[in-house]
Design a protein around this ligand. Structure first.
Ligand SMILES: Nc1ncnc2c1ncn2[C@@H]1O[C@H](COP(=O)(O)OP(=O)(O)OP(=O)(O)O)[C@@H](O)[C@H]1O
Ligand SMILES: [Mg+2]
Length: 381
């Protein structure tokens, strides 16, 4: 068992492109770490460097106590499962799973034991005699996992292993992967650009953008306390509402959206906020912190504003309501109970719950969260 430590890890490709920009990251022993971020942010490059499939430009990679920069991939004691795993079509499930061990000259009886155990874990025992084309997509995916498991590596690396599966299978496999990790208790690094996978699978999540790490934290912490506007906007569905405007202090704190009326802020006063009085900032409010006053009475002191319904997306038990407010082209998204009936074109009164709002120190993509200080003191570390 082993953790992984990346120190000032850098990758510059031959064409001069800096794909990974000196990142520092510690993945704990037995941790399920998810690397998430938009396409092209350097997730696969990072994973391939850990696996030894991509040369490190500078910096260090340690697996356990061992510096592995110059260790061959096969000697790193890791197993990698890719999105496009290829099973050998002419081999049975058993042979596919046994193949890697056979190459390593593991005795037959031991191979038998390991394959049977992995098959049991992945509920593939009934399928061992079949060939890949006789299996469903999810079963094939499990065989690819089984092939990695039988090697009993110190570390598993996954690169979007579920992205070829349909929604139902993805959900099933997510569940199985999580269960698997709980049983195997092996360090896992899992790359995805799917934030639901990130939230559900990760013990911690590393959010990347443009070859840099934006935040490393447990899923709920990332969601509740995003460090900057990028993380706030990347994690959460629908996306957090962002309003540009400025801060004002008179009868308590308020945020004045550009061209709109003041929104009272229930966020306590912090020195960081004080320093931004009168300056351009951005207010972030999650869709679930908006409510329709027809169905949910507004809390005392909450700002209520009129908004017009433009579009409704029903999601089963809840719905997303896209709204226009104010005189300009301001838009807001509200997440609410599907039984709170509204129709497109209705003007409704929306209450804003600002106790959990975020104030960012500007309108740029990486503007810092000024309300974090308050949040952080509330988190038990
Ligand atoms: N061999 C290469 N030569 C030059 N640039 C490369 C090479 N491989 C990848 N890149 C670039 O490096 C950046 C990071 O690529 P990487 O594959 O790590 O992204 P990713 O985060 O895994 O994205 P995705 O979610 O699309 O898989 C991208 O801009 C990509 O175009
Ligand atoms: Mg990738």
């Amino acid at each position: 068992m082993a953790g992984i430590a990346l120190t000032r890890l850098e990758k510059v490709y031959d064409n001069g492109f800096r794909a990974v920009k000196g990142i520092d990251l510690t993945i704990r022993d037995k941790e399920f770490m998810v690397l998430v971020g938009p396409s092209g942010c350097g997730k696969t490059t990072t994973l391939r460097m850990i696996a030894g499939l991509e040369e490190v430009t500078s910096g260090e990679i340690r697996i356990g106590d061992r510096l592995v920069n110059d260790v061959e991939p096969k000697d790193r004691d890791i197993a990698m499962v890719f999105q496009n795993y290829a099973l050998y079509p002419h081999m049975t499930v058993y042979e596919n799973m046994a193949y890697g061990l056979k190459l390593r000259k593991v005795p037959k009886a031991e191979i038998e034991k390991k394959v049977q155990a992995a098959a049991k874990l992945l509920t593939l025992t009934e399928q061992l005699g079949k060939r890949p084309k006789q299996l469903s997509g999810g079963q094939r995916q499990r065989v690819a996992l089984g092939r990695a498991i039988v090697r009993e590596p110190q570390v598993f690396l996954f690169d979007e292993p579920l992205s070829n599966l349909d929604a139902k299978l993805r959900a099933d496999m997510r569940y199985e992967l999580k269960t698997l990790q709980q049983r195997l208790k092996t360090t896992m690094v899992y790359v995805t650009h799917d934030q639901i996978e990130a939230m559900t699978l990760g013990d911690r999540i590393t959010v990347m953008s443009n070859g840099e790490i934006q935040q490393v934290a447990a899923p709920t912490e990332i969601y509740d306390f995003p460090k900057n506007r990028f993380v706030a906007g990347f994690i959460g569905t629908p996306v957090m509402n962002f309003l540009d405007g400025s801060l004002r202090k008179a009868d308590g704190w308020s945020f004045v959206p550009d061209g709109g009326t003041a929104i009272a802020l229930a966020t306590p006063h912090t020195a960081a906020l004080d320093a931004h009085l009168g300056r351009q900032v951005c207010l972030g409010l999650r869709p679930e912190h908006l409510s329709n006053t027809t169905y949910v009475p507004a809390a005392a002191g909450a700002t209520v504003l009129a908004a017009q319904v433009r579009l409704i997306e029903l999601m089963g038990d809840h719905q997303y309501v896209y709204l226009r407010y104010g005189s300009g082209d301001g838009t807001l998204t509200m997440k609410c109970d599907a039984h709170h009936r509204v129709s497109v074109g209705d003007t409704i009164q929306i209450a804003l719950t600002t106790a959990r709002a975020h104030v960012f120190d500007g309108i740029g993509e990486f503007a810092q969260n000024l309300t974090l200080q308050r949040h952080e003191s509330a988190v038990q570390h």
